[in-house]
Structure formats: structure tokens, C-alpha cells
Design a protein around this ligand. Structure first.
Ligand code: PLP
Length: 396
């Protein structure tokens, strides 16, 4: 029998894609499904960005580009970071990637080896855990708690660091919870990290422009003295509704630049050239498209929390960032997997079970606000009726 590498069995998945596929199957069978499962904006990419990509193709940009990205795009990213965060970044430290995920994948591979521990949020974006498990490193889950409004606790995190810790993964604003870690908690963590100068940090700030209720997004890039060990992950997918373009970037410490460049050359050579020109147009063009999308998410997440809190047995923290709500459903008597599955199959509402984001997601569901207010309202009406009409199930 053909023998595959053992570690393949440890590579995880992102269940949101499976739910999307199942929802599409049900729609094809004629069922009416409201999709609150997928984590991508329900807006089209703004037209001036699309036009820039078409122009790039017409202008003959059909070939390879430098592995780290075309210089004007890296300069545009540096200017954007300066505009938003007031931080000077050398464009040479920016590495453009096909989406946000490769920065995650390469950062983990760079530190993962036998005996290494990598701390990652739980519940958290499932790919962190999956890639750590695939590598020879050990994942150390950082519990993300409802009682902290789903921000991480600096004390919890510092308590998990050991001499074996090589990398810490942070994500604020967060998927799947919509939590935003307060600035004072981040300051506390940074202070505590002084005792651990050999630990690297991957800060996934892909939802950095999506915060609400005046909540501040504090970027790890603003700590000058950490710049030699912080990797910032960001991209265009969420901010500019460009998930299918596959365009993201990392800001890297000088010492690791050549390693990530070689990983990129070995993996994908470079990012699609026309997408890179679209990326410049996104950053240098009008930003009202971002503001409009964020206000729509703001209205929806406030509505979702308020409405869910009126459903018997459900309690929902008001999301402070990103575009997800993470209601606690333990009061319904259902477990999250049975309820997510029954809602899709029987009530026509696609949501994701909290445990698809880690064990600490037990008792929660993730609802994405990437759908119209009318559809969100109808979806929660369906959930409410379904819960009223059905006895709790525990299928695991
Ligand atoms: N990081 C987080 C926290 C995300 O939620 C996502 C996408 O859902 C990504 C990274 C990946 O983004 P991309 O689609 O650009 O690879």
C-alpha cells in the first residue's frame, strides 16, 4: 500500500468551508438557506480596485514579480501602516503573500520543531492549531474567555510561557469571537514579555480596521522595542472585500526576511501580478468603501447581539470587532455541534459550531454578520422557532 507521511493525519481543516459546501448542496436541492457561516464580506470588491487589476493585465503585467512583492505595493503598504498606526516601516520589511494564511503558515514553520511550544488562541482561527499540529511542535491553547469579553488575558498568556515557548500567536480583533483585547492588557503583556526575550510573536491583525463602540485597536507594531521579534499579519481580504483575490502581507523583522523570502520562492514564487496592482489601488484610492462596509457590520453586529439576547437560553456578548458574534448556547440544553448541524439541515440557517475553533469553543456558535440585516433577522427568527419547537439533542 502507498504510504503517506504520518503528519498528514494531524493536518486539520477549516470547517467553515465544509459548511459552505453543504449549504450550497442544500440550495442546489431547492432549499432556502441563510448563510451566516462564512467569514467573508458580502460586498463586492470596490470597482476602482477591480479596474486597476484589469488595467494591469491590459498593460502587460503577465509575468513573475519579485517574490516579496512589487516595490510600489510594498511602499503603498508602508504608507498605509504609517497613515493608520503612525508607525514607520521600511518597505523592505514587507513581504506580500497570496492571502493572510501564508504568513501564518510560514511563521509557524519557521519556529516549529520537536520540543518547541507554540501558544495559540482557543477558540481561535482553526488554521493556527492545524499547522502547529501538522508540524512537530506542540500547540499550547490560550483560553479566550467570555467573561473577558473575548479579549485575551495577559496573565493567562504569560502563565503559559515556558523555556520551550518559541512563538505566541495573537489575534485581535478576533475570529471567531469578535473580541478586541483592550490596550492596557496588551501593554501588560508586552511588559511581561521583557522576561522572555527569545519568544517570537505573530500578531494577526487582519481585522484591525474593524472595531466598534470606540474600541481602540492596539497594534503590536507600535512597540518599537519588539520590532525584532514581531511578525504582523494583515491583508486585503476583509478590509477591501477581496477574499478571492488572494492578497495579504506580513511585516517581518530584518533577521527573518531572507528565510520568509526563500519559503515564498519555494512555495508560490510570487503573488498574482494583477492582484498586486489591485492592492495598490485599494491602499492609495478612496477609503470610503472601507468606512461604508465597517458601518454596515457595526449596525449588524449590534443587532445580532441584541436580538440573540432575546432568544431563550442564548446569551451573546456584544462583539467589539471583526464581523462575528459568538453566542453562548448552553442555556438551550443543546450542544453546539448538534445545534449547528440541526440548524443547517432542518431550519435552513448555516452557522459554525464553537468547537470548530478549539475545545474552549464548547457551548458556543459562531454567526458571521456577512449577510444583509433582513437575512440576519430572518435567520435568528428561524433559530428561535426551531429551538422552541425541538427538544435539545446531544449527538456530539
Ligand atoms: N486570519 C484570520 C483571523 C482570519 O479570520 C482569516 C480568514 O478568515 C485569515 C487570517 C486568512 O485570511 P486570507 O483569506 O487572506 O488568507
Amino acid at each position: 500500500m502507498v504510504k503517506l507521511a504520518q503528519n498528514l493525519s494531524r493536518l486539520g481543516d477549516e470547517n467553515a468551508f465544509a459548511v459552505l459546501a453543504r449549504a450550497a448542496e442544500l440550495v442546489a436541492e431547492g432549499r432556502d438557506i441563510i448563510n451566516l457561516g462564512i467569514g467573508q464580506p458580502d460586498f463586492p470588491t470596490p470597482p476602482h480596485i477591480v479596474e486597476a487589476a484589469i488595467k494591469a493585465l491590459r498593460d502587460g503585467h503577465h509575468g513573475y514579480t519579485p517574490a516579496t512583492g512589487i516595490p510600489p505595493l510594498r511602499e503603498a503598504v508602508a504608507a498605509d501602516i504609517h497613515r493608520r498606526l503612525g508607525v514607520e516601516v521600511d518597505p523592505g520589511h514587507i513581504v506580500v503573500m497570496p492571502g493572510g494564511k501564508p504568513t501564518m503558515f510560514f511563521s509557524i514553520l519557521m519556529f516549529a520543531e520537536k520540543g518547541a511550544e507554540i501558544i495559540c488562541p482557543d477558540p481561535g482561527f482553526p488554521i493556527y492549531r492545524s499547522v502547529i499540529d501538522y508540524s512537530d511542535a506542540t500547540a499550547v491553547p490560550l483560553p479566550i474567555r467570555e467573561e473577558n469579553a473575548f479579549g485575551f488575558s495577559a496573565d493567562d498568556l504569560l502563565g503559559l510561557i515556558t523555556p520551550a515557548t518559541r512563538l505566541i500567536i495573537l489575534n485581535s480583533p478576533a475570529n471567531p469571537t469578535g473580541g478586541v483585547t483592550p490596550a492596557q492588557e496588551i501593554d501588560k503583556l508586552v511588559k511581561g514579555l521583557e522576561a522572555w526575550p527569545d519568544v517570537a510573536i505573530l500578531s494577526d491583525e487582519i481585522y484591525g480596521q474593524m472595531t466598534y463602540d470606540g474600541q481602540e485597536h492596539k497594534s503590536l507594531l507600535t512597540f518599537e522595542h519588539l520590532r525584532d521579534r514581531v511578525i504582523l499579519l494583515d491583508g486585503w481580504s476583509k478590509t477591501y472585500a477581496m477574499t478571492g483575490w488572494r492578497l495579504g502581507y506580513g511585516v517581518w523583522p530584518e533577521a527573518w526576511l531572507d528565510h520568509v523570502r526563500r519559503l515564498a520562492v519555494n512555495c508560490h514564487s510570487c503573488v498574482n501580478a494583477s492582484a498586486q496592482f489591485a492592492g495598490i489601488a485599494a491602499l492609495e484610492g478612496p477609503q470610503d468603501c472601507v468606512g461604508e462596509m465597517v458601518s454596515a457590520f457595526d449596525e449588524r453586529r449590534a443587532f445580532v447581539a441584541e436580538r440573540l439576547n432575546k432568544v431563550g437560553g442564548i446569551r451573546c456578548a456584544v462583539p467589539k470587532g471583526a464581523f462575528y458574534a459568538f453566542p453562548n448556547i448552553t442555556g438551550t440544553g443543546w450542544d453546539e455541534r448538534s445545534l449547528a448541524s440541526a440548524l443547517l439541515e432542518e431550519a435552513g440557517v448555516a452557522v459554525i459550531a464553537g468547537t470548530d475553533f478549539g475545545n474552549y469553543g464548547a457551548g458556543f456558535l459562531r454567526l458571521s454578520c456577512a449577510n444583509s440585516l433582513d437575512n440576519i433577522a430572518a435567520a435568528i427568527d428561524r433559530m428561535e422557532s426551531f429551538l422552541a419547537e425541538n427538544e435539545p439533542r446531544h449527538n456530539g
